[in-house]
Structure formats: structure tokens, C-alpha cells
Design a protein around this ligand. Sequence first.
Ligand code: GLV
Length: 421
Amino acid sequence: MPTDAYRCGDRRSTVQTDRAVASSAIVTVEKRAAKHVPAAMRQMLALDDFEAAARRYLPRPVFGYVSGASETGASFLDNRKAFADDSFVPRILRNVGNRSQATSLFDVSYAHPFGISPMGLSALAAFDGDVALARTAGTMRIPSILSATSLTKLERVAREGGSRWFQAYLPGEADRIDAMVDRVAAAGFETFVLTVDVPVAANRENNVRNGFNAPLQPSLGLAWQGLTHPRWLVGTALRTLLRHGMPHFENMDAGRGPPILSRNLVRALGKRDQLGWEHVDRIRARWKGRLVLKGILSPEDAHLAREAGVDGIIVSNHGGRQLDGAISPLRMLAEIVERSGEMPVMLDSGVRRGTDVLKALALGARFVFVGRPFLYAAAVFGEAGVIHAANLLVDEIDRDMALLGVRDLAELSPSFLRRVS
Ligand code: GLV
């Protein structure tokens, strides 16, 4: 039974204490869906439904940037297939009443075993997207990770959001690293996620085909896209300009980056390709909070991370957006967990269903992160949409736990799975 009562559009998270209700979990979930979901969202029955809605709502360059992957999309496609390649072996007659999704990670108790991945340009796709995602995290008592390529000052997200995880892209330059670490610490973030799979920008041909650049270059094509997507133009673009002015890349460095719309500016990425383990040591020495590396796929790198005193890792191929053909995280998970000892291993890339979450946990992940569907939900429906999306996943996990024969996520193990292809 999910512990968070469902309150669409209401930021309070209400813990449901009446455990007796849990015995009629299926009925409750169905009633809740019918009663509280705003009419506009009633057709959003699964996370994938938000993608179709966002495809209609967003200008092509923006939707293409969010949905796209690199080159042939091989990793992106395999991220889904990897989940299908493991089937469940459910257990029966185990009294699965009073189910709990509570999950402890780094000694923090979260209501559910999933969080929101960092996503660049969220505030271009969704009005105040970075804050909406972080607020939902607070409402749902889950973490969300603010992206380095976000358009909202990290200090504001720390103040107004309900999550204290920040993700950085750093160059191999000590002074820029130190300044960024200090800025993130001063803002009150608790978890510093260093993404390590971006030594260079990926080859995203779809961005070129869709007319997407960062910064965006004003053009007739871009103007046409705005005019033919009036809900986005008024509800996101113009509303943002009026409320917050021209968005800038705010969090790439200690200082402010370029504006999102610019004819001739080029984003300075710095010496990202010179980042090495010595910089991880440097960050470890300077950052007093929890340090997480995101983008690990090799058991050897997991081992090195542990040796470097990192607190946790996110096994990820960046949602298929970096090295095309990079293996799907789920396929490496068990080996990585084995090399990681007590260091928590988390996973993202391709998680779309409660069953995916349970498969990753059964293979040893302590936590998973989900990206694009939450941003689609924020784009079309705002914060209420993200809450609805999160609740769909909560309900799926709850139902799937019962059908699988577990009451508590700690009961999951590889014995619940068989590789079928
Ligand atoms: C940003 O992190 C991206 O993958 O586009």
C-alpha cells in the first residue's frame, strides 16, 4: 500500500496511518485514480503516456532534445529491452498485506525506491521545470537531482524545492572545480553527483535534424515552431520571460553562463576531457556531503570509485544519450554490485514501469532514477502532472510487489528473476 496519500496539486505529503486500509489495496488504488486525478490527466495511465502528450505540446526542437539519444539510438533502445530480457519468478501465498516501499539510502528514509534524474533545460520544456521537479520530490518524499545544464539558479532550487541533490559536469580544471563545489555547498545541497560519462559532447544528430542548438539560435524556423505550439509559447516561453527574464545556463560553473537564446554565443565546456580520478580525490577532500558518481558501467570503475571514498554510484548510460552502443546499465548491475561492497549502487536509464524498478532492485540496485517521463509530465501538466506520474509508478510498484510475493523491498533478490534471452 503506498504510504503517501494522493493529493494532486497539493504540496503536503500526508502519511496514511490507517494500516487497515492496506488490506484492500487494489480497490483503494482504483478508487483513488478515479476520484483525484484531474480530468485532463485521466488518460495518463502509465509513464509512457506522457511522452505522446509532450510530443504534441512541445516545439519539435525542444521535444527532440528531451526525447533524443545519440547516433543510432542503440543504447536507448536496448535500455528497454534489457528489462524485458529478465522475467519474474513470483512467489505465492506469502501474506503480502501491509506492503511498504520505504527505502533508506545514505541513512535518509525515502517513501519510495525511485527519484528523478537530472535533466538539462527542464525550464525550457516546462514552466519553472527545475523547481516543479524539486517540489514534487519534496511532496512525494523522494529525491530529485538538479542538472548542471539547468536554467534556474541552484540557490533558488535549494530554497524552494524539496530535494538537496545537485549534479555537476566538471572540467579537469582545479580552480573551476573548487569554485563549483564551494557554490553548491554554500547553497545547502547535501549530495553532489558528478556525471562522469561526458568527456566530450555526444553526437546527437537528432538535435541538428530538429533545429536544436544550445544556446538556441533565433530563426524563422524556431519562431514557426513557437507559433504552431501556442500552449507552450504562452504557458512556458512567454510566461518564463515575463516572470524570470531570459533564462541562462545558471549552473555550469560558479559564475553565470550564457543565455538560452543567443545568435552567436558558444557554451564554454572547458577541459572536460581532462577530468580524471585525481579530480575525484580533490572533490572528495573538499566536499563534506555525500559524493555520488553517475555514469559508471564498468565493475572496475565501481571498484575505483569505492577506493576513492565515493559514497555511491549511479550505473547509467545517460539514457542512451552519450556513447551509442554503451551497454545497458541493467546488464552490468549484478557484476557492479558485487565489486561495490557496501557502497550503494543506484541505476537509471530506461526505467518506465514498476516492474522495471523491482527488477533493478532484485539485481542489487538500492535505488533507481527515472528521467524523461517526469519532464514530459511537468511540461504538459505542471507540478500536478509530475505528482500524477510519480503516483502511477508508486501504484505499479505496490501492485507488482503483491503479485511478486513481497511485502518489503528488502526481500527482493536475484532469485525472483530468470534471464529469458
Ligand atoms: C544533458 O545532460 C543531456 O544529456 O542532454
